[in-house]
Design a protein around this ligand. Structure first.
Ligand code: ATP
Length: 239
C-alpha cells in the first residue's frame, strides 16, 4: 500500500536530518503505531507520506489515489467558518467525487465521533477535543483505503480514543491501511498490529505488536522501555 525507500529530509538551516534514511513498507490490513519522543521526526515523515512536503532524497510509492487518502495532520486543518456538518460533507464530497452526499452517511460519521450535539455549530466555536473529533471525522469520511493520522488522539477523552481506535481496527481488518502516531502508547498499542519507534529521525525499532509488547512491561513509556531493550540486546541497533 505504501513503500518508503531511503527517505531523508533536512529542514533549511537545521543542523541535523529531521528524517534520516527511512525504509518502510506498510501493506493492506496493517494498523501501525508510530511512536517516539518530541522531535523524533514523526510529523515530518507523515507529511512526506501524505505528499505535503517532499523529501530531499529517496522515494515514496503509494498504491492509492489522492482521494483515497485520509490524512489528519497534527496542526488543525478544518474550514473554520463552516459547521461540523459542512466540514464532514465537504470531505465526503471530495473523497467520493459525488455531488450530493447521503444524509445518513454524514450522520453515521457524526455518530461515530460523538459529534451529534455540535453538528450545526461552526467549528470555530468548538472545544479543543470537539475540534479534534471533527478533524478526525473529516479524515475518515468515506472510509479511505489509506489513513495517515498524526497524533489523532491528542486532546481526546478515553471514550473518543476508544471510538477512533475501534474504527481503525475495523477498517484495517477489512483491508485498509492505517499509520498513526501517538504518545499515548498504553491506550493505543493494544489495537495495533505493528509498532515502529523513531529517534532522531531514524527508525530504531520495527516489530509486530506482540513482539513489541512482550519485551516491555505495560507503561505509558512503552516505546522508551522498548528502546532500552533494543539498546541492551543489540548495543543500540535496529530491532
Ligand atoms: N518546518 C520546520 N522547519 C525547521 N525545522 C523543523 C520544521 N518542522 C520540524 N522541524 C524539526 O525537525 C525535527 C523533527 O520534527 P517533527 O515535527 O517531525 O518531530 P515529531 O516526532 O513529530 O515531534 P512531536 O512529537 O513533537 O510532534 C525537529 O528537530 C523539529 O524541530
Amino acid at each position: 500500500m505504501i513503500k518508503v525507500e531511503n527517505v531523508s529530509k533536512t529542514y533549511k538551516g537545521a543542523s541535523r536530518k529531521a528524517v534520516d534514511s527511512i525504509n518502510l513498507s506498510v501493506g493492506e490490513g496493517e494498523l501501525v503505531a508510530l511512536v517516539g519522543h518530541n522531535g523524533a521526526g514523526k510529523s515530518t515523515l507523515f507529511d512526506i507520506l501524505a505528499g505535503l512536503i517532499s523529501a530531499d532524497s529517496g522515494t515514496v510509492t503509494r498504491d492509492v489515489l489522492t482521494h483515497e487518502l485520509g490524512w489528519c495532520p497534527q496542526r488543525t486543518v478544518v474550514d473554520w467558518s463552516l459547521t461540523v456538518r459542512q466540514n464532514i460533507s465537504m470531505a465526503l464530497e471530495l473523497r467520493s467525487k459525488r455531488l450530493r452526499v447521503e444524509r445518513d452517511t454524514v450522520a453515521s460519521i457524526t455518530e461515530l465521533m460523538g459529534l451529534e450535539r455540535y453538528i450545526d455549530r461552526e467549528v470555530e466555536l468548538l472545544s479543543g477535543g470537539e475540534l479534534q473529533r471533527t478533524q478526525i471525522a473529516r479524515a475518515i469520511a468515506g472510509d479511505p483505503q489509506l489513513l495517515i493520522l498524526d497524533e489523532p488522539t491528542t486532546g481526546l477523552d478515553p471514550d473518543a480514543i476508544k471510538r477512533v481506535m475501534e474504527y481503525l481496527s475495523r477498517r484495517t481488518a477489512a483491508g485498509a491501511t492505517a499509520i498513526v502516531s501517538t504518545h499515548e502508547t498504553s491506550r493505543f498499542l493494544g489495537y495495533c498490529t505493528r509498532a515502529i519507534a523513531m529517534n532522531e529521525g531514524r527508525i530504531i525499532a520495527d516489530a509486530d505488536i506482540d513482539t513489541f509488547m512482550n519485551v516491555v512491561p505495560a507503561s505509558d513509556d512503552l516505546w522508551d522501555a522498548y528502546k532500552v531493550h533494543v539498546d541492551l540486546s543489540t548495543g543500540g541497533g535496529t530491532a
